[in-house]
Write a protein that binds this ligand. Structure first.
Ligand code: RIB
Length: 329
């Protein structure tokens, strides 16, 4: 079986997507990984060895997945990040370009491999992921300095936690100074992140990340005064908690909390569903869409992404999201 990504050989056949330069602009600061995905009947227990039915290699990384999700909603997207000097770097850059993403701020880091993610997906579509950061770990504040002009003229900045904390903070500071909307998806959660030193307008987490982030017990996540107090301490405006097939919980900055139902699906592969949610949500916010509608579209994008294998291939485009949002009010 080939080790090349699923569409490694298809790059030349893809025609570049043309993006309207007057479209809303999102800057994403984040990771790019090569995903090595093993399909297993069930996830292994600690100390256990199991055989995979198959192994495929895909393009992934939370930053790139979210950039793809946003670009498929037909907004202008610039990705800040790093690739290594391995054989996967060039095809990955071409692939992102063909998605219509501006790749000028993706650095080729010499002497290091691109990030890798080792993923097991079971029969229910659940997954476990181990990431070797590679070039993502040396995405530095210098990269953000090069990107300052792009951040300043963006409608929103979106970042996750797979690149160094100092780099994320620098990007958020640049956005805060220019009054650009900041959307953070602090995944994977890192307890050392200096929340009180920056201002974030929207934070997207899943339920277990929410409990870790706010240092709460599971039952306390619906205790509004406690949640609001913690959000204020962390300078977080609106908190969005995704909960798989359960309704998404939203704690807006100036309104009462509300829930937005998700679309019922039978998942095949949940890898990248959270990224599809975050990228679609950010595209809606960059467009100036109302919060409830932004979550509705993002719920649809996340659900549809679970219906295909791989992190990026099944992410829906604008037409697919709009069609399903209409059928699923
Ligand atoms: O969120 C899914 C992503 O997490 C995968 O693509 C993998 O690369 C890891 O970063």
């Amino acid at each position: 079986m080939s080790d090349a990504p699923e569409d490694f050989f298809a790059d030349e056949e893809l025609s570049p997507v043309s993006i309207d330069p007057n479209a809303p602009h999102l800057v994403v600061a984040g990771s790019l990984n090569i995903d090595y995905v093993m399909r297993v009947g069930r996830l292994p227990n600690p100390g256990e060895t199991i055989a995979a039915a198959e192994m495929v290699t895909n393009f992934g990384g939370k930053g790139a997945n979210q950039a793809v999700a946003a670009a498929r909603q037909e907004i202008e997207v610039t990705l800040i990040g790093s690739l290594g000097d391995d054989e996967m770097a060039r095809p990955y850059r071409t692939r992102l370009e063909n998605e219509g993403i501006n790749v000028d701020l993706i650095k080729n880091q010499p002497g290091i491999r691109s990030g890798s993610a080792f993923i097991a997906v079971d029969d229910e579509g659940e997954n476990t992921i181990i990431v070797s950061p590679g070039a993502n770990a040396i995405t530095s504040v210098d990269e953000i300095h090069h990107a300052e002009a792009a951040i300043q003229k963006a409608d929103a900045l979106l970042a996750q936690f797979e690149i160094p904390i100092s780099t994320i903070v620098e990007a958020v500071n640049a956005a805060n100074l220019a009054d650009v909307t900041v959307i953070l998806n602090p995944s994977p959660i890192r307890t050392t992140f200096p929340w009180s030193e920056i201002q974030s307008d929207y934070v997207i987490v899943n339920e277990s990340e929410a409990i870790e982030l706010l240092d709460f017990l599971p039952g306390q996540i619906r205790d509004l005064p406690m949640v609001r107090q913690q959000l204020d301490e962390f300078n977080i405006g609106t908190l969005v908690i995704t909960r798989g097939s359960d309704p998404t919980l939203v704690y807006p900055e100036f309104e009462d909390p509300f829930e937005v139902p998700t679309m019922a699906v039978l998942p095949i592969d949940t890898v990248g569903a959270g990224d599809a949610f975050a990228g679609c949500f950010a595209s809606q916010i960059a467009r100036g869409v109302d919060l409830r509608d932004a979550v509705r579209s993002a719920n649809v994008a996340g659900a549809l992404t679970t219906l295909g294998a791989g992190a990026q291939s099944p992410i829906p485009d604008l037409d697919q999201v709009e069609q399903h949002v209409q059928q699923f009010p």
